[in-house]
Design a protein around this ligand. Structure first.
Ligand code: APR
Ligand code: ZN
Ligand code: ZN
Length: 361
């Protein structure tokens, strides 16, 4: 029997989203039905609405979510009704070439639910990042549910499902930042600030936040930046070098997704340093660099997909640190809103007023 629930749907490219009644099937083999408790509003949801991801309208938006498993498919063994879970958008397959060589965080064949959620008239919905969690209930692959300590507040926990994990993992997993090292983070939105918090937890001694918005720099400082740079006023490459003994940072995280900030990150590294790109560019963007500089500066130019995370390893660990008061996930929750307020939240995000608005369902 399908479940009738309220959900946020993007029906047409560039048009405001609408709250609609959708039909969510009972879970089949390998699937889980989740009662969503909270779901953060992310740029990617807006990109879907703008047609920037693909043209498979209508989309069921929302993908940074936590909730409680309502029921599971017949063959699902490691998940049960009542489990508190964070949803992830990379349920690893275990058998693709990345998984087989022991790098499951790159999995090239991740799982989603096989049945479709639909509009009331039967039109199939495309769930954002294979999740679709601006809905009272959603259907996902069982592997997309990661069990965590139920004492965590859903509004905060859900944010680990996307942006916070991406930023944290960019610094810690992809960048390998560690004790005593220096890091600069260009772009201090939700993703960049999570990278800063990760670097602090990992023991980095110099943590430089760079942004063009003083409000974001204030947040960066609160979350662990030891220095901030307003790159409207000064050349961030020079500033980062000055703050690191004239050398540049061991790791620079690019968390904007633009060619000019990528170039800044490239030149702000120390010799043999690491650049981590976690900001997502648009397909038209280009970058030109002298090839000799790529060779001569050495080190690593890496991109970070979803913070190179393994949800089963990273989500429970970060929730434990959160519950111990060592990782302030609550600081990412700028406001909680209702399911009817997603359009307004897109505007606040656009104006840079929030780290995350979180829909409570
Ligand atoms: N230099 C420095 N900072 C900049 C610049 C710039 N030229 N342009 C924008 N910024 C800052 C903004 O002021 C903002 O604080 O970058 C930040 C971007 O943050 P958000 O818009 O909140 O986005 P966020 O959710 O953090 O995601 C950042 O990571 O995963 C990707 O798709 C995501 O590309 C996006 C990026
Ligand atoms: Zn795989
Ligand atoms: Zn997201």
């Amino acid at each position: 029997m399908a479940h009738e629930v309220r959900a946020v749907v993007a029906r047409e490219k560039g048009q405001p989203v609408s709250v609609e009644t959708i039909l969510v099937p009972d879970p089949g083999p390998g699937e889980a039905l989740v009662r969503v408790q909270a779901c953060g509003v992310c740029h990617t949801d807006l990109h879907y609405r703008e047609g920037g991801i693909n043209d498979d309208f209508p989309f069921l938006l929302g993908h940074e979510a936590a909730g409680v498993v309502e029921s599971v498919g017949p063959d699902v063994e490691d998940l049960a009704a009542g489990d508190f879970v964070i949803l992830n958008w990379r349920a690893v397959c275990g058998t693709c070439r990345a998984c087989r060589r022991g790098q499951p965080w790159y999995c090239f064949s991740t799982h989603n639910a096989t049945q479709k959620m639909t509009l009331a008239d039967g039109t199939a919905l495309s769930p954002a990042l294979g999740i679709g969690a601006f809905a009272q209930k959603t259907l996902v692959a069982a592997g997309q549910c990661t069990k965590v300590d139920p004492r965590a507040r859903p509004e905060a926990a859900g944010l680990l499902g996307c942006g916070v994990m991406a930023g944290f993992g960019a610094a810690v997993n992809t960048g390998g930042i560690g004790r005593g090292q220096s890091i600069a983070v260009i772009g201090c939105g939700g993703v960049g600030v999570a990278a800063i918090a990760g670097a602090k937890l990992a023991g980095a001694s110099t943590i430089i936040g760079v942004d063009i918005d003083p409000r974001k720099l204030a947040t960066a400082e609160r979350m662990g930046a030891t220095h901030t740079v307003d790159s409207r006023d000064v050349d961030p490459v020079e500033a980062i070098r000055e703050l690191t003994g004239g050398h540049g940072a061991d790791v620079v995280v690019e968390a904007v997704g633009r060619p000019e900030t990528y170039k800044q990150a490239f030149y702000a590294r120390d010799l043999a340093g690491t650049l981590v790109q976690v900001g997502v560019p648009t397909p038209d963007m280009r970058i030109e660099l002298p090839l000799i500089e790529l060779f001569g500066r050495g080190g690593a130019l890496r991109s970070s997909w979803y913070g190179d995370c393994l949800p089963s390893r990273d989500f429970p660990m970060l929730i434990d640190l959160y519950l111990q008061g060592r990782f302030d996930l609550d600081a990412f929750v700028s406001e909680t809103i209702g399911i009817d307020d997603v359009e307004a939240a897109f505007e606040k995000m656009h104006r840079g007023e929030v780290l995350r608005s979180v829909v409570v369902l």
